[in-house]
Ligand binder design. Structure first.
Ligand code: BGC
Ligand code: NOJ
Length: 816
């Protein structure tokens, strides 16, 4: 079915058995401060906290071939030169396997009786990665082989590294000690950090100059030193510093040898940066103490094994918080493993670093990270709390938000534009999710302040209020919310009027005084009102809780009057007051986002049914729901970037998976379990194995986009991993379809499932207890819990109260 690989569900691994996957299929290493991406051929790069500001190693985006440079091992066995991960030599292997697991990747290559297994992972609590290598002689005669470990350093600031060559070619510096190469570029001046690449066993040579190891005219597929069979012990001065260690091995038949490399990041206090060197008097060198400590700690294989076991236990523990037993294998593996794993990755990295996101442009996004929290509050409550406070601290005192911030500095910036009027409204959603999960109302009185008024002691509650006020105060001629530079759809640029080639659509144009309005923001506002009501109820302020219900009613009325187009919800009014997403338009007659958000915001009537029926009729395809129809065939200056894409791609009628999840939720809210699940499966990565040569992206994580039917390559996915689809898919399946909903007063049981399902079981930790919930569906319905039995006692309603005695609560819910 999929010639490139398969799921190993029991091991929680995706196993790739052919290296020439349709696109590089990547995984992530690290879950705290040190991260890396790694492809199935060991390509990728590493960084400390911030993919832009603290990049350790180089990666070449959009190179030929794609996925060039990484954590390469070279093997030389007589004249055969190869890599266990196939690249970069691409020498044919007798056997190849890559296992992407949770926080680790293990690559096995075998050739001429030599098997090399290398496992890459980041030990918990450390700022380094381990490359654990096992070399075995499977043949019948003794083998003498040479092995090299190789990385190319990035000069820290990834943007500058890729552009500022007049400086870069002169600043590179390294220090070398036995079995260790230290990258110390700029350490002589303002940096107090360095990187290291070390070998656990004595080496037979090293190189730190790329010119010496690879050559000026050679490529990574034929590095000079490897082809010659000997490193040159070069010291890099400027140009491109690298680290390569050569290890010579003799292996008897059947013998296995273990060794490992450490690639890491170390920091020194400013006053302990330097120590005396031993080459010449008066010489000062970098203080290696923090790196030495880690090397010592991870000196032998037993320590490496323990570190790996701890990482496995960490993930097993996390995934024990929420799991489902259900017949559908796709739901099972996505919910129990891969979807939650992807959610963790978006928590760690927002939209910053992947094989597609260069890590230099987009740090932590305000709207993105707030939505990502919806998928992880149950897994990482403490980190979610901190993230919420960090995000709120980038909201300005007028209610607008910095659209993104750098993770290292936590300082907001406007590099990707500003004035996105949906931004403030995602905060009530993330805060409410956090509160429902934890009950921790103390977060509301935490002080976050405003970046433009650091003296003002604004609390999180003040930020929430301000967010809602912002929408109320910024409305247009129809009383609908003004859109600003764009809403969730970054490409709906109703105020940019850009005619300058290459100009950023999101930064162009003046939003001041414009009257362009967004129906999607109106729906989102209603949903946010519900969250605010819930939050005020939690802190016993019924008056304020009620006020938000009144705001919601008003907004729903406004949508009814000015946001309804007859068969579906309008998308917007442009700056001239013309309708966007209306049957009257020539193209772009119907958009997906407002259909989803108006239902999520409160419509449950015939309008909601009609909007969803129209979505199905005009937008649904077997590969998911396209963003709009008909696709725009020409550029519209008054609509902006959405019309810039060729039809069928990205926001111009691509299947932009993130928003598909809102329709899944909406269908479930309307009781249509069969339809909700059909939409869920239409974009489900695991199901894409059936058409992998068309789909091309990783079948274990969501991608941002699949090309729509208008495209030349329908069904082809792009931009995997860092997408809001991860969090929202988890919300859709866990809360709307499987319907176990965390609320301030306990778990609510309200599934909406396919009528053919006989039931399912959920095990979920919640507020210190474990809930074992069995949902039965004896009469083949989709929705409506008619009996709830908690610890053997039948209870009224469908909520499991909070303060039950036992640590394990057994629940049976019957749909009927
Ligand atoms: C993309 C959007 C993205 C925006 C901001 C656009 O080019 O199409 O999906 O949100 O850039 O990064
Ligand atoms: C990707 C961006 O990261 C996100 O913020 C935006 O909502 C979508 N593209 C849709 O344009």
């Amino acid at each position: 079915m999929n010639p490139y690989g398969h799921f190993d569900d029991a091991a929680r691994e995706y196993v790739i058995t052919r290296p020439d996957t349709p696109l590089p299929w990547i995984n992530y290493l690290g879950c705290e401060d040190y991260f890396g991406i790694i492809s199935n051929t060991a390509g990728g790069y590493s960084f400390y906290r911030d993919a832009r500001l603290r990049r350790l190693t180089r990666y070449r985006y959009n190179d030929v071939p794609l996925d060039s440079n990484g954590r390469y091992l070279y093997i030389r066995d007589n004249d055969a030169v190869w890599n266990p991960g196939w690249k970069p030599t691409r020498a044919k292997l007798d056997r190849y396997e890559c296992r992407h697991g949770l926080g680790y990747t293990q690559i096995t290559g075998e050739k001429n009786g030599i098997e090399v297994v290398v496992r890459y992972f980041v030990p918990l609590g450390q700022t380094c990665e381990v490359w654990e290598v096992r070399v075995s002689n499977r043949g019948s005669s003794t083998k003498t082989i040479k092995l090299w470990g190789f990385v190319e350093w990035c000069l820290w600031e990834a943007m500058d590294d890729a552009a500022n060559f007049q400086r870069n070619y002169s600043v590179g510096e390294v220090e070398v000690e036995p079995q260790a190469i230290y990258h110390v570029t700029e350490y002589r001046e303002r940096r107090n950090h360095f990187a290291y690449f070390t070998s656990s066993v004595p080496t037979a040579g090293f190189d730190s100059s790329r010119n010496a190891f690879v050559g000026v005219h050679e490529g990574l597929d034929t590095p000079k030193a490897v082809m010659a069979g000997q490193c040159t012990n070069s010291i890099a001065h400027g140009w491109q510093p690298i680290a390569a260690h050569q290890i010579n091995l003799e292996l008897k038949p059947g013998q296995e040898q273990r060794l490992h490399f450490l690639l890491g990041y170390a920091e020194n206090p400013q006053d302990r940066k330097f120590v005396p060197g031993w080459v010449r008097p008066g010489q000062l060198v970098a203080n290696k103490a923090p790196a030495d400590k880690v090397r010592e700690l991870l000196k032998d294989s037993s320590a490496i094994d323990e570190a790996f076991a701890a990482l496995r236990a960490y993930w097993a523990d996390l995934l024990s918080i929420y799991s489902v037993e259900v017949d559908d294998p796709h739901v099972r593996r996505m919910v129990n493993v891969w979807n939650q794993y992807q959610c963790m990755t978006t928590l760690n990295l927002s939209r910053s670093a992947s094989g597609f996101e260069s890590g230099i442009g987009r740090g932590m996004g305000y709207r993105d990270s707030n939505q990502d929290l919806l998928g992880v509050v149950h897994l990482q409550p403490a980190r979610s709390r901190q993230r919420i406070l960090d995000l709120a601290a980038t909201q300005l005192s007028d209610g607008t938000c910095f659209h993104q911030y750098q993770p290292l500095t936590k300082k907001g910036n406007r590099d990707a534009g500003s004035g996105f009027n949906d931004d403030p409204l995602w905060l009530p959603l993330s805060v409410y999710a956090y509160l429902s999960e934890t009950g921790d109302t103390s977060i509301l009185t935490e002080r976050c302040g405003y970046p433009d008024k650091p003296q003002t002691p604004a609390t999180l509650m003040d930020h929430l209020q301000l967010s809602m006020q912002y929408t109320l105060a910024n409305r247009g001629p129809h009383s609908l919310p003004l859109i600003g530079h764009a809403d969730w759809n970054d490409c709906l640029n109703l105020n940019c009027f850009s005619t300058t080639p290459g100009e950023s659509f999101q930064c162009a144009g003046d939003i001041g005084g414009s009257s362009a309005e967004s129906v999607m923001i109106a729906g989102l506002f209603c949903a946010a009102c519900d969250r605010m009501t819930g939050i005020y109820e939690m802190i016993n302020q019924p008056g304020k809780a009620a006020a938000f219900q009144a705001h919601k009613r008003d907004m729903l009325k406004t949508i009814e009057q000015h946001g309804w187009d007859g068969d579906w919800f309008l998308r917007a009014y442009d700056a001239h007051g013309n309708k966007v997403g209306s049957a009257q338009c020539e193209e772009g007659k119907i958009y997906i986002e407002s259909q989803g958000w108006c239902v999520l915001g409160g419509f449950r009537d015939e309008k909601a049914s009609l909007a969803l029926a129209s979505t199905k009729k005009h937008l649904a395809t077997p590969n998911g729901i396209v963003l709009l129809q008909p696709a725009y065939s020409t550029y519209h200056v008054e609509l902006g970037e959405v019309t810039s894409y060729p039809p069928g791609y990205k926001e111009n009628a691509g299947i932009f998976t993130h928003n598909n999840t809102w329709i899944q939720c909406a269908e479930a809210l309307m009781g249509n379990g069969d339809q909700a699940m059909a939409y869920y499966l239409a974009i489900c990565p695991s199901k894409k194995q059936e058409q992998i040569d068309i789909y091309r992206c990783e079948p274990y994580v969501y991608s941002q986009m699949t090309a729509g039917p208008d495209a030349a390559t329908p069904g082809e996915a792009k931009n995997s991993w860092l997408t809001g689809t991860a969090a929202w898919s988890f919300v859709a399946i866990s809360q709307y379809i499987l319907g176990i909903i965390p609320s301030p007063n306990g778990l609510v049981v309200d599934p909406c499932i396919p009528s053919s399902w006989k039931g399912f079981k959920i095990q979920r930790k919640f507020r210190g207890k474990t809930y074992k919930i069995e949902v039965k569906n004896p009469s083949g319905k989709s929705r409506g819990v008619k009996r709830l039995i908690i610890d053997g006692k039948e209870t009224r309603g469908n909520r499991i109260p909070l303060n039950l005695g036992a640590d394990i609560v057994n629940v049976v819910a019957e749909i009927g």
